[in-house]
Design a protein. Structure first.
Length: 101
């Protein structure tokens, strides 16, 4: 997030429901990081890590309310933390869905 770091170019499909051109990557960093890890591909995640740094990404991902299960495992591998440390994992355990028959 320093001035020497170039602004990443994410795919517009990640931010399909917001005004992409008006999105402020610095003010809405938590939203951007969560959305990139939820819907982005490998290149998007690399650009996100390069722009925000691993420390900021770790804090945001550990405190995210929701990540799909597959992306939760990807995020755990990227930041090298067990999934049990993630807030979204704990919330999912507290509110289980219907028993799959």
């Amino acid at each position: 997030m320093s001035s020497s770091t170039h602004k990443p170019v994410f795919n517009k499909r990640i931010f399909w429901d917001v005004n992409f051109e008006a999105l402020d990557y610095d003010k809405r960093s938590a939203f951007v990081i969560e959305r990139v890890f939820e819907r982005g591909d490998v290149d998007d995640i690399r650009q996100c890590r390069r722009y925000y740094g691993d420390e900021r990404i770790t804090v945001v991902l550990l405190n995210a309310k929701y990540l799909p299960e597959r992306r939760l495992h990807l995020a755990a591998a990227v930041i090298d933390r067990p999934i049990t440390e993630f807030r979204c994992y704990t919330l999912r355990q507290l509110t289980p869905g219907l028993f799959p028959y």
